[in-house]
Design a protein around this ligand. Structure first.
Ligand code: ZN
Ligand code: ZN
Length: 350
């Protein structure tokens, strides 16, 4: 449930959800009020005006529910809410479908928004198709379309795909292309891409080694993250999420929730089927999630992700995820995991 009291003090950027809710209520009241004035009054309202209100709502919606609430007001609103002029304006939060609410209708909504020209929907659907639905070609094509439109998170997502050769084999890894995509995303202000670029320059991966420039980028990324975290804390308290990097956090949240749901469903399905796994399912089991808890990417082939070189028990889709997880969680676990691995390797296990 949404807590309106928390949103009351939001800044202009983060108050999108509250504004959208207000707009949705206003749109609904508009329909009701005009109906009280008589059917003719509502019918005489020009489509352009209703479209403008709905497009503003789509651009500020805090969740897909805001747009759906307005669309459910009446048939005319429903039809106009599906107009490309409205769907093309859909913001990242407006298309941030939750994994638990995934359905053919949700898929169709994202497809329509993407077809109408919403780069946020194109990116979100691309990530869902690539990492969750296993449609690598279709997912990559959507990400490329969003990236071509200047969507920074899509540029970075493609960079991760190129670094890992995701959806292909080891031979498809292309670090130079990954660095070029990261540079474009970083130029557009995408902080994870800036961090990735810093690590690549420090390591000489995909680019000529330049430790000083790499350090400079990493410091810059850390400063940006700190500023985003402190402004987020000021706005919504310590529990507030950090800025969404153009919908990247919503896509990651979807993937994290998706795989959690899949793993919860699998044991139940196996029990119902009499627990028999074929070779293909075994291979599927070997595919690992990125160990950064907020990432949600899963390997598209075995051993695709880089491992923590110390303990070997953590796997990461990117250097940026590894660095972030080290700061947030893995630093405290790595030593113990490494000791356990050494203990097992020494043949101490039963
Ligand atoms: Zn990751
Ligand atoms: Zn480790």
């Amino acid at each position: 449930m949404r807590k309106p009291t928390r949103r009351r003090r939001s800044s202009s950027i983060r108050s999108g959800g509250a504004e959208a809710a207000t707009l949705a209520v206003a749109a609904a009241k508009l329909g009701v009020a005009l109906r009280h004035g008589g059917v003719d009054a509502f019918d005489r309202l020009p489509d352009d005006l209703v479209l403008a209100v709905l497009a503003a709502l789509a651009a500020r919606a805090g969740s897909p529910t805001d747009l759906a609430a307005a669309a459910l007001t009446c048939r005319r609103f429903r039809d106009l809410a599906a107009h490309p002029a409205v769907l093309s304006r859909a913001a990242g939060t407006a298309v941030a479908v939750r994994a638990g609410a995934w359905s053919e209708a949700a898929h169709r909504f994202l497809r329509r928004c993407a077809a109408a020209g919403s780069l946020h929907a194109t990116y979100f659907l691309g990530m869902v198709r690539f990492y969750c639905l296993g449609s690598w070609a279709a997912g990559a094509a959507l990400l490329a379309r969003a990236a071509g439109g200047g969507h920074a998170a899509a540029l970075y997502a493609l960079a991760v795909v190129r670094f890992n050769g995701s959806g292909g084999g080891k031979a498809d890894k292309d670090p130079r292309a990954g660095v070029a995509l990261c540079a474009r995303a970083a130029w557009l202000g995408h902080v994870p891409a800036l961090r990735e670029l810093g690590h690549c320059l420090q390591d000489g991966y995909g680019a000529r080694r330049d430790a000083a420039a790499g350090r400079h980028f990493l410091l810059h990324a850390a400063a940006r993250e700190l500023a985003a975290a402190s402004s987020s804390a000021r706005r919504r308290g310590p529990a507030g999420e950090q800025d969404d990097h153009g919908g990247a956090a919503a896509a990651s949240r979807f993937m994290v929730e998706w795989w959690a749901l899949m793993s919860a469903e699998k044991p139940a399905a196996s029990a119902a089927d009499g627990i028999r796994c074929g070779a293909g399912e075994d291979a599927e089991e070997e595919l690992r999630l990125c160990s950064h808890a907020r990432c949600g990417r899963r390997e598209t082939r075995r051993h695709e992700f880089r491992r923590c070189s110390v303990c070997g028990s953590a796997n990461y889709c990117s250097r940026a995820c590894q660095a972030l997880d080290w700061k947030r969680a893995h630093r405290g676990r790595c030593g113990a995991a490494a000791a356990a691995a050494r203990w097992l390797a020494a043949g101490n296990a039963y």
